[in-house]
Design a protein around this ligand. Structure first.
Ligand code: ACO
Length: 297
């Protein structure tokens, strides 16, 4: 069993922040940021997480009666109650037979939401999955090791349960130090530890998808992996011996938008996807956690 993507949309933010912005407030350079991360620019939102998520939900096309699940992935929501998903349910006047919840898995959140939706939905039922992040609201702009890496954004999809190929791998390795944030605090990250974790464990997670599905890596058409750092994508590609050209990339334009990274990438590259393509999704983040999916488009 799997998921069919019926609609994919993103929010276009206006406030583009070039690397030069950071060179004026921090001891850093465009060259350092580009060479260590691949990031040239990112967007900072004026809107709140819930404003972006509701705006996005309003752009999506779906059959109201078929929606059984609304999940909003974010670690930067300004809202605790009701959930952003509950707010969407109210604002869009969705049917009442609908489970609506926010999930916080940081950067892993959207692929985690895909896995949860596939397990939850029955034949012909649909879910709205949205990821929205305003990471600029939790950045310490005096810390050059984290503030240059992140961006804001929002994107989402409508999915319907189908019968096509669907294999998943989901992992959580307890680690409170590598990436953490308590209420009212700035996000704190041990960048090197997260880097080592990602280049070690993400290839293993994707290998597991090959083992379980019996699909050969040569048969993979596209990889939609979390956009944190171009060097991490390069390392994953070379460890798996999976052609880097199969990896979709937009980290240069958006930076790391956490949960929103994979659906923004999907929205920007959807024209490359054809019926029957074998596609890998993989995201990693706080937890530390990884969620990976191999599916037929
Ligand atoms: N500008 C200039 N110099 C800098 C900057 C900066 N912005 N940031 C750090 N440096 C310096 C460091 O202080 C260090 O200097 P030193 O050698 O004098 O001590 C030097 O550059 C090298 O620093 P490293 O940390 O070794 O640099 P590295 O090559 O590891 O790159 C980075 C750092 C980009 C953070 C990398 O480790 C990384 O991408 N990590 C993963 C981050 C990530 O994927 N996060 C995902 C978060 S997912 C979620 O759930 C939110």
């Amino acid at each position: 069993m799997g998921l069919k993507f019926l609609d994919i949309k993103k929010i276009d933010l206006e406030n583009k922040i070039e690397n030069e912005y950071f060179t004026k407030i921090l001891d850093t350079s465009d060259e350092w940021i580009k060479s260590r991360t691949g990031i040239s620019s990112r967007y900072f939102a004026k809107e709140s997480v819930s404003d972006m998520a509701v705006e996005l939900a309003n752009k999506l096309n779906f059959d109201r009666e078929k929606i059984r699940l609304v999940l909003v992935a974010s670690f930067t929501s300004e809202r605790i109650l009701p959930s952003v998903a509950g707010l969407i349910n109210e604002k869009l006047n969705l049917n009442e037979n609908c489970l609506s919840a926010d999930i916080n898995m940081a950067c892993t959140g959207f692929v985690g939401a895909m896995i949860l939706a596939e397990r939850f939905l029955r034949d012909g039922e649909c879910a709205i999955l949205i990821a929205a992040e305003k990471i600029s609201s939790v950045l310490d702009f005096s810390d050059r090791t984290t503030s240059v890496l992140f961006g804001d954004g929002c994107a989402g999809v409508v999915v319907e349960k189908n019968n096509k190929l669907w294999v998943t791998d989901e992992k959580t390795y307890g680690d409170e130090k590598a990436l953490s944030m308590r209420k009212g605090e700035f996000v704190s990250m041990q960048g090197k530890d997260v880097y080592r974790f990602a280049v070690d464990k993400v290839p293993k997670s994707i290998e597991k998808l090959f083992e379980e599905s019996g699909i050969e890596k040569e048969d993979i058409d596209h990889v939609f992996a979390h956009q944190a750092n171009i060097r991490i994508l390069d390392q994953i590609s070379s460890k798996l011996d999976l052609d880097i050209d199969k990896f979709m990339v937009n980290v240069d334009k958006h930076g790391n938008t956490s949960a929103a990274s994979v659906p923004i990438l999907l929205a920007e590259k959807k024209e490359f996807l054809k019926d029957g393509d074998k596609v890998i999704f993989s995201a990693f983040g706080a937890g530390l956690s990884i969620c990976s999916v191999l599916m037929e488009w």
